[in-house]
Design a protein around this ligand. Sequence first.
Ligand SMILES: [Mn+2]
Length: 375
Amino acid sequence: MKFIHFSDTHLGFSDLTRVDTETGMNQREADFYAAWNQVIDAILDEKPDFVVHAGDLFHTPRPNNRALHCAFEGIQKLSNAGIPFVVVAGNHSTPRIRNTGSIFESIALFPHVYAAWQGAYQRFRIGECAVHCIPHCSLSEELDAAYEAISVDEDARYQILVTHGAWRETSDETIGSVGEFNEQFIENPEKRTGLTFDYIALGHYHKHIPVGRTIVYSGSTERTSFNETGYSSGYVRVDLQAKKWRYVPISSRPMLSLGPIDCSGLSLDKIYAAIAALPEDVPDGALIRLELTHVARDCVLGMSTETIDSYFPQALYVEKIIHPEAASDISHSSTMIGSLSVEFERFLKEQQGSELDPGKLLELGRGLLDQAVSG
Ligand SMILES: [Mn+2]
């Protein structure tokens, strides 16, 4: 039996202010749909016996209409092709309040679709394979109960487990933790239950990485932040009979980090020159994170986003992370050009002749902006 394992498609994710000129859609939102469609097309092409999705199908518990349409369209294609699709809910697509219902209830209406989303263990049988599912559980008691409920299907030739969370091998060895507040920890289920699985399909960690010989994070199909720079995007093709799996990369938007450039003692012109001297092999449509350290305060305020962007005409977006020199207060030790607090400081500088204390105004304004942004 052969199946495809993928995960963390985060449909409905959107970011940055770039718009796809053809559709008018947020470009990053469109990128995530394109990645999902690539995997769906690959599945239709490969015709596996079934497919498992290990969580975070959607970016939020209440996805927008475009995200729903994209998911339904893909799932319908699999359903029409008679390819069973098993999906577990991850932490991003689990509502915090249960009585709001779940989108997985609707997804499970498609023929050949099996969804585990109710904070409880579920087992599905697909041909010769028993698929054991532990979705995201909001309470640790539910997770404990889910583990206890795992039962082997004696008639099935293969047993696989699909689950979503950070892998906890021992109490001080965790893999795939991303520090989200509602992250679930998966204690090695084989150790915990004494059962052996032919394969454990993991979701949550956006980096593709095997945890054991047949315990695998497929990784995500696109990257939700610059922290994921360098992660590939793709899915895993598993052959149960041959006891083998293979990672298959898909194409996703290029993302790269440039710098840090040490700007100690550099004038603004010299800083621009140092940026201009960075390697030029930036792929078309890339997302770039540019980091500058020890930037003199005056340079931070005088820096032009447009000038920096002009050095990377082929980039879709350039994020500028600035570490000002000798920052007086630690909470503002790093900043982003274009961020509200920097723009506010620039604005204040232009307001000459006010009788109000500019230092106090700046402090007060930044405090309020920080509150508004983090709240
Ligand atoms: Mn995720």
